[in-house]
Write a protein that binds this ligand. Structure first.
Ligand code: ADP
Ligand code: MG
Length: 680
């Protein structure tokens, strides 16, 4: 008997059913036991028939006169009469003919279900029926309801789990005894059993709390361990020079905002230490993060160390290179700035790489090429990663490997990280935030457009094009796909370039185009040779096109709030009013989350809402298929109290110098999380 036993060891589960379970990601007993219900129906109150009231109810009765008949439209109706000492009631089932033959007249049953009117008689409709026993699973209890799949109902899942409970005793307690006591947590075995077959709502609450606590504890512990490990690493100190800092600031064409000064100071202090910095700089699009990063780079280059900035797209890398060139010009450091991107010719790349290796380039900006190319970054003092949530830890690791030592790391993101994530998934990072933009942007005016108003909208925007303003249109798909009814770039491009915008230049941009073509389209758009650009989210981050004043988001319900917010941040820059239109694929009411985009321009609020609705994966940029170790089955990252407690427990665990290896299950999970989140 082992927790890794295949499901087929359970009675009643053959290969076919086991395969159905596999589609739910359940391949062995352990996975079955930790497949928790998605909700519960409370049928725990057993009442005499004469005391029944509308709503969910359970009676304990004998069933007579059960018979099945064919009704109109091929419908099968099974009826019966349930009786106890206090009275009788009708039972009705639709399309469950087996009910008639399976009831035994002399047996006593629990019958759970809801009341409804059938042929003007109060009846129980489609009730669950189960012979009276001391451990019912479908009736007369708080009944677990599972996420089902084809060929596998909640009923079958319950039937499989009941015998699997015999394996529970093989599960080791994964949390230390002192933690269970101090935080009043239910032991693991009892929690798992209760999750499936709770005795009371109070007990269920405790079980959920225990499981959720452990999930958040695991994340927090992994983060703290990552952090501790980093503390034992050594980085090169980048001496702070006040003179240099002043020079830098004085040579900018603008004054730094007070927030920019604060975060710059935090970063400069960090990189002076020999402990590697691991800081996340968070600020909405346009809050001026690049200047701050460049200030740290300037300091680094002055110590004769190198800086690498990695951006998610070539466009962005180019734009960064341009900006940074300009900023560093007054210091005659601009010639030390290099760009390394995939689309550069071989000779050009070779030259850049040589200059990097000789130290002639002090600040290299690039894309994934920084990892792919054979560059040596032996004098690397600082890594800056733009839009960090788009990168896997693996890529960051690769960059560090090139250095052969641990450089300071500054990640930048325009996606606000809700506090709960700061304490858990991002718990190993120090965080700096810029909330205010250097100039007050007019909030982008945002409006939801239903299908029947789409044409009207397109037509009205001709006026915008006539005054030489530009329009972005973002679609969720590149080309039409059979199983996705959403608007694609190709469809919208064809429709508009031949239709309403035939007198204007319409361009198309997506990841399947050749790099040269992508570059050309983007250049043409910047040069205003293209009026309307139909694109995928490829344009999401960073690109600066001040003349674009309208952002249309097609099939808007398909986008995350944070993502849509970033997209609209592309327009209405430089004091101009921007407009964003969220297009629906039908005439139905928009979801409340889409409405939130209409009414709020606060990126932080929207990120919180996204977290609540779509979960942390969306923000962290990881998959949600349970393979990444970051999946939460029970915990809600919106539960602040839980997060604070679990985080405190993780701190205590480390302070007590607990040996993680002693807790096999815990160790396994924490290692899995760290394989996704650890920098080292
Ligand atoms: P982010 O990377 O945060 O989206 P950028 O660093 O690209 O923002 O800055 C956006 C624009 O604002 C740039 O054109 C930059 O030169 C400008 N900028 C940055 N800081 C200031 C400031 N303090 N005052 C005025 N303009 C600024
Ligand atoms: Mg930026």
């Amino acid at each position: 008997m082992d927790l890794s036993d295949k499901l087929t060891v359970l009675s009643g589960i053959g290969e076919v059913v086991a395969r159905n379970f596999a589609t739910l990601g359940i391949n062995n007993i352990e996975e079955l036991l930790t497949y928790f219900p998605r909700k519960y129906n409370d049928f725990s109150h057993v009442v005499p028939i004469n005391k029944t009231k509308p709503g969910p109810v359970t009676i304990k009765a004998k069933i007579t006169n059960a018979r099945s008949r064919r009704a109109r439209h091929g419908l099968n109706i099974t009826e019966g009469i349930a009786s106890d000492e206090t009275g009788s009631i009708y039972l009705v089932w639709f399309n469950q003919p087996y009910r008639a033959s399976s009831v035994k007249e002399d047996a006593e049953y629990y019958i759970s279900g809801e009341f409804g009117l059938h042929h003007k008689r109060m009846s129980m409709i489609n009730p669950s029926v189960e012979m009276v026993s001391s451990f019912p699973i479908n009736t007369a209890r708080i009944v677990p309801v599972y996420k089902e799949t084809k060929g596998l109902s909640s009923l079958q899942i319950r039937r499989a789990i009941k015998p699997a409970l015999a394996y529970l005793r093989l599960i080791n307690e994964s949390l230390p005894k002192w933690m269970l006591d101090e935080y009043k947590l239910m032991p693991v075995i009892q929690s798992i059993e209760t999750m499936h077959f709770p005795i009371s709502n109070e007990e269920l609450y405790e079980a959920k709390h225990r499981i959720a606590f452990e999930e958040v504890f695991d994340l927090s512990l992994a983060a703290l361990m990552n952090k501790n490990e980093l503390l034992s690493e050594k980085a090169l100190s980048i001496k702070f020079s006040e003179k240099l800092a002043k020079q830098f600031v004085n040579n900018l064409p603008f004054k730094l905002t007070s927030e920019q000064k604060i975060v710059a100071w935090q970063i400069l202090q960090d990189i002076e230490k020999t402990v590697p910095m691991n800081r996340l700089l968070e600020g909405d699009v346009g809050t001026g993060k690049t200047v701050v990063a460049t200030m740290a780079a300037h300091m680094t280059m002055n110590e004769d160390l190198q800086v690498a900035l990695m951006a998610p797209t070539e466009l962005l890398a180019r734009q960064h290179a341009d900006t940074i060139h300009k900023i560093l010009k007054p210091f005659k450091l601009d010639h030390k700035v290099g760009l390394l991107i995939g689309s550069h010719k071989f000779a050009q790349k070779t030259q850049v790489i040589e200059k990097l290796n000789s130290g002639e380039i002090g600040f290299i900006i690039g894309t994934h090429s920084l990892i792919q190319e054979k560059v040596s970054l032996k004098k690397l003092g600082l890594i800056v990663i733009d839009e960090q949530h788009r990168f896997g830890v693996k890529q960051r690791q690769a960059l560090m490997l090139k250095a052969g030592h641990m450089p300071h790391l500054l990640s930048m993101t325009a996606t606000p990280i809700p506090r709960s994530l700061q304490l858990t998934l991002y718990g190993d990072l120090d965080i700096s935030v810029i909330r205010k933009k250097p100039y007050t942007d007019l909030a982008v005016k945002t409006k939801i457009i239903t299908l029947n108003k789409r044409t009207e909208l397109y037509e009205s925007l001709i006026n915008i094009l006539k005054i030489k303003k530009q329009i972005f249109i973002v679609c969720p798909l590149i080309s039409d796909s059979d199983n996705m009814p959403f608007r694609s770039t190709e469809k919208v491009f064809n429709e508009l370039s031949k239709g309403v915008y035939k007198d204007f230049n319409v361009g198309i941009l997506h990841s399947k185009l050749k790099t040269e073509d992508k570059e050309k389209v983007m250049k043409d758009f910047v040069a205003r040779k293209i009026d309307v650009l139909v694109a995928t989210t490829i344009i999401e981050v960073g690109v600066n096109i001040p003349n674009a004043s309208v952002m249309i988001i097609e099939s808007a319900e398909r986008f995350g709030l944070a993502q849509a917010h970033q997209l609209r941040g592309r327009v209405g820059r430089n004091h101009e009013q921007g407009y964003c239109y969220l297009l629906l694929d039908d005439n139905n009411q928009p979801s409340s989350r889409l409405r939130a985009l209409e009414t709020t321009s606060d990126g932080f609020k929207l990120a919180e809402l996204d977290l609540k609705i779509r979960g942390p994966g969306v923000i962290y940029g990881v998959t949600q298929h349970g393979h990444d170790g970051l999946d939460l089955k029970v915990a809600k990252l919106t539960d602040q109290d839980l997060i604070i407690e679990a985080r405190r427990a993780a701190t205590e665990f480390i302070d007590k110098k607990e040996n993680l290896l002693q807790y096999v299950q815990l160790n396994k999970r924490v290692e899995r999380i760290r394989s996704v989140t650890n920098l080292n």
